[in-house]
Design a protein around this ligand. Sequence first.
Ligand code: MG
Length: 310
Amino acid sequence: MNQQPASVPSTTQQGTGLSLSCGYGTDRGLRRELNEDSFIASDPVFAVADGMGGHEAGEIASGMCVRALAGIPQIATGDRSITAAVLQQYLLRADNSIREATGARAGTTLTGAVVVEQMGMPYWLVMNIGDSRTYRLSQGRFEQISVDHSEVQELVDAGEITQQQATVHPRRHVVTRALGTGDETEADYWLLPVEEGDRVLVCSDGLTSELADEHIHRILSTAGTPQDAVDALIQAALRSGGRDNITVIVVDARNVMNDAGAATTAPRHDASAEDEVTLPRGQAPQATTGPLSQEEQDGRDSEDSTEAPR
Ligand code: MG
């Protein structure tokens, strides 16, 4: 099961006025026999899972993962009340069913963004386990939100290799966390205020192993609709070799309400304040640069915690 089609119109609008439009696509690529990626693009959940295991096991694992997410009741109701703690429950459920179905021989990555609301304000709740990636183009700035769980990322973090060297390292495909295999099944979570005009990209490593970030940035910032961006990214990855399955979701946010309840048409912050959340601490999660702490995931107050655990 590669495609979990969007069961909603490509543009949805809710009580806060926030309007989301999304495009999505997946391609087997030019070298692989099977497409083991799966995805779900169904407001408020936009996520990509990249299965591994061979002999269709990877496809089973990634499919089980997105089916588990599709079972979150808020997808049916369109309610934006999902928390990281709730997501983690569904991921553990997915982890169990993958283990049972494949005898822990297959696994899957998962990354994506869930649109949630806190105190009437919309946020991207970004999740990640493994080396699929979530990026955001916001106020002209393009950045990778998720941090890979991979051997090469650990080497980069330790200062042993550069990000550039990681892209050609022989062990660049080895993930250190996944669902269905291994000990670590905890995802990392980030919470970012939705800014007017945000464009979020969720993709499998079949895109990022073919295209440098600058190339992705260029396409993302010049393409018109989200679907135009998806199609252009997939075509570029195929032209670059298409050595792996390629899955891409692009979500645009428009008509974001500002603090006074009016739709904003201009950037809400100047560049120097870009990392700041406008709500007081304790009312809104403050981490924009690291994963959420356990308290934040549970929606508990965490005034003394700014350092995020790994
Ligand atoms: Mg892959």
